[in-house]
Design a protein around this ligand. Sequence first.
Ligand SMILES: Nc1ncnc2c1ncn2[C@@H]1O[C@H](COP(=O)(O)OP(=O)(O)O)[C@@H](O)[C@H]1O
Ligand SMILES: [Mg+2]
Length: 237
Amino acid sequence: MPQVEIQDLRVAYGKAKILEGVSMEVEQRELVSVIGPNGAGKTTLLRAISRVAEPQGSITFEGQRIDHLSPVQVVKRGIIHCPERRRLFPDLSVEDNLKMGAYLRTKDKDGVARDLERMFNLFPILRDRRNQDARTLSGGEQQMLAIARSLMSQPKFLMLDEPSMGLALLVKKFLAETIKGIREDGVTTLLVEQDADLAFSVADRVYVLEHGKVALQGVPEDLMKNPYVKEIYLGIA
Ligand SMILES: Nc1ncnc2c1ncn2[C@@H]1O[C@H](COP(=O)(O)OP(=O)(O)O)[C@@H](O)[C@H]1O
Ligand SMILES: [Mg+2]
């Protein structure tokens, strides 16, 4: 049984149909990437799963329907959405941002302290900056903080929305290694990316979302040979 199963998902904002029957699945411990142009509905897909957007169709997590739950109930199941453009608490320190990620773990002080240490080992720069306000971090550092904050909630299923946005090439490479590491730690991950090279380099499988529909799907090795994908997404003529 897939950990996440989405069937015929539809989302509309007023009369505008954004998702028009998306079906996908993510297996336990799998890293699935979703690529697609601006406006394809990638963020809307993640918002529907975290129940910030109202979907039709079905979303099943570990065998149970979650499409009628509240956003908080979804988080309590272990589904964590690391949103586009980071959305940190700019006037809180790095450390306090990380602690906010663990706000549901009120009875697990020791575990939270352990995980804080783990995050500082994973991202040493965050340890150096732990008392600094989040707004003073560079773009790359803010992205690391956003991911680390998501991990502080001990997700079973992590959704990352365009983590590479605005990052320099070298930082993107570090990000790719980090994302692979998260997956190796056993966290099922759904990665939304406009950077197709990054998306392909880390994924077990890839979905191509265009105009609110799944246009193509497959393993990176196969999709990367597809002439359309090569031309449109990989920039190889
Ligand atoms: N809250 C909203 N109200 C109305 N339209 C929206 C809203 N959010 C997104 N859209 C529209 O839905 C489409 C898909 O947006 P989005 O899911 O953000 O795409 P992507 O993340 O793939 O760039 C866009 O045309 C966008 O303008
Ligand atoms: Mg988006």
